[in-house]
Write a protein that binds this ligand. Structure first.
Ligand code: CU
Length: 150
């Protein structure tokens, strides 16, 4: 195998990792975005897709630069048809499975984001796992009324 072919093979591996079709050892995050609240001072919501790696993983914390606090949440309907949210201590990411953080289900809540976080920007999220590993997900920042990015 020539050096050129080796390089092409490495690129192919990187591309398939990004597409979630290979089996990376750690989870991979993609399609991240943060929707700001309609009312200033209220928390923003963060969404992303997590693709499990070769082994089970447990997401224990999400960090965002400048945020006062970030919590893992899940939404549910109460008996009288009202939407409510519960805080989650962690979220399990099964090996080779996928976990969607989407509106109406699991999501992250970002409290006290700095005023510099505005629609059109990018917020680098750090997702920390129970084994000490971490992955970064660059979240697109959108306004409260914006549709989710494609
Ligand atoms: Cu929430």
């Amino acid at each position: 195998m020539t050096a050129r072919w080796t390089f092409a093979a490495a690129l192919t591996v990187a591309a398939s990792l990004a597409a979630c079709s290979a089996e990376p050892s750690a989870p991979v995050a993609g399609d991240a975005y943060v929707r700001l609240a309609a009312v200033p001072g209220r928390p923003a919501a963060g969404y992303f897709l997590l693709h499990g790696g070769a082994g089970d993983a447990t997401l224990v914390q999400v960090e965002a630069p400048g945020a006062a606090r970030v919590e893992l949440h899940t939404s549910r309907m109460t008996g009288n048809g009202m939407a409510t949210m519960d805080s989650l201590p962690s979220v399990r990411v099964p090996a080779r499975g996928s976990v969607a953080f989407v509106p109406g289900a699991q999501h992250v809540m970002l409290f006290g984001l700095p005023a510099s976080v505005v629609p059109g920007g990018t917020l680098p999220l750090t997702l920390r796992f129970a084994d000490g590993s971490a992955v970064r997900a660059d979240a697109r920042v959108i306004a409260a009324g914006d549709a989710a990015p494609e």
